[in-house]
Design a protein around this ligand. Structure first.
Ligand SMILES: CSC[C@H]1O[C@H](OP(=O)(O)O)[C@H](O)[C@@H]1O
Length: 358
């Protein structure tokens, strides 16, 4: 039977082949192509080229990738092993700068090594294997919990708008911003979902519209410059977006264009919610000003990927891949421990206290 997106694992460890298995998202929606990656260079490239993308999925890919990089190392010395681990970790950490989940996941894997320097190499390899599997399986529960909290905020039949892809393809299952949509679909909520195409890489058109339509949802694809008109017409009751890094004050880095959607939603009195696993909250940054914003190549703007150029050759291009939505434009930040409301730093500290005491 033809595989649909819902049947495939976005990102997983293929135990049998000792490989990171991903759906190559650069081929979607025209082809569902699985890639089995064993070399760290191929895994780095898959993250950089957005073959696997989305903050949680990037974290899972890196955790599995760094485990695969060291699982066959032939040494009995933990000193040698830990040095080679660090080299692999630093290399994967250089693939993309904004999504904090990449660093959060790699730090979790490193903690396994640094916390077990007195153990045998074989035992540490197994602990790394377990941690990579845990990071992946935790994501499923985290996203489902975010979905449950988010679902409390909207009624059946509501019009929801989302930007970019914070769906199953950006995570392991459910996604973050799409978690209430998937749970709503399971429960017959009949949401009307408006999806921004999300120039320049079209994650909304190519990925979100594709996966939500495959799940049988009522999806309407719009160009990014249409979201204002859709909101003005009263078609949207709430906006749910994902995030790549949330600063301590709630400033949120997400796909470029999110801040525009947030400003327009605020103008029309429509709540905008950021769906944020706590792994995406970076308390080391007081505000969003210091969030590193990835800039990508010109041809992502000038080429239509599969078609002819859409801009004059040689035109100067500015292609920031993310923007930061000021916390003042955000109605609430939904985590797996419930929704944080402003003042966010206080709310986050309470959430992290609760998480620590769990
Ligand atoms: C579930 S968070 C996904 C987040 O990541 C996306 O960026 P990219 O496609 O460049 O990895 C986008 O910002 C989404 O909201």
């Amino acid at each position: 039977m033809k595989k649909t997106i819902l049947d495939c694992d976005t990102v997983a460890l293929d135990e049998e082949n000792g490989a990171l298995v991903i759906i190559d998202q650069t081929q979607l929606p025209t082809r569902i192509e699985l890639k089995f990656l064993t070399d760290i260079e191929d895994i780095w490239e898959a993250i950089y080229l957005l073959k696997v993308r989305g903050a949680p999925a990037i974290g899972v890919a890196a955790a599995i990738g760094v485990y695969l990089a060291v699982k066959d190392l032939q040494t009995d010395s933990m000193e040698v092993f830990s040095k080679k681990f660090k080299k692999a970790k630093d290399y994967l950490a250089s693939s993309r700068p904004t999504a904090v989940n990449l660093f959060w996941a790699l730090d979790r894997m490193e903690a396994v090594v640094t916390g077990h320097m007195q153990c045998g190499v074989g035992e540490v390899k197994e602990l790394l294997h377990r941690e990579a599997v845990n990071i992946r399986s935790e994501d499923i529960q985290v996203c489902r919990r975010i979905g449950e909290y988010a679902l409390e905020l909207v009624k059946p039949g509501a019009g929801l708008l989302t930007h970019c892809n914070a769906g199953q393809l950006a995570a392991v299952k459910y996604g973050t911003a799409t978690a209430p949509m998937y749970l709503g679909q399971e429960r017959g909520y009949g949401f009307r979902i408006y999806v921004d195409e999300t120039r320049p890489l079209l994650q909304g058109a190519r990925l979100t519209a594709f996966e939500l339509q495959a799940a049988g949802m009522d999806v309407t694809l719009i160009c990014d410059n249409m979201s204002g008109a859709v909101m003005k017409k009263g078609l949207v009751d709430a906006v749910f977006v994902g995030c790549d890094r949330v600063a301590a004050n709630g400033d949120t880095a997400n796909k470029i264009g999110t801040s525009v959607v947030a400003a327009v939603a605020k103008y029309y009195g429509i709540p905008l919610y950021v769906c944020a696993p706590t792994s995406t909250i970076d308390m080391s940054l007081p505000t969003g000003d210091k969030i590193p914003i990835e800039e990508r190549s010109d041809d992502e703007v000038t080429e239509m990927w599969y078609e002819k150029r859409m801009a004059p050759a040689g035109v100067k291009v500015y292609n920031p891949c993310f923007d930061v939505t000021d916390h003042g434009l955000i109605s609430g930040i939904i985590t797996e421990y419930g929704m944080a409301k402003a003042p966010y730093e206080e709310a986050f500290r309470e959430i992290f206290r609760e998480k620590l005491n769990k």
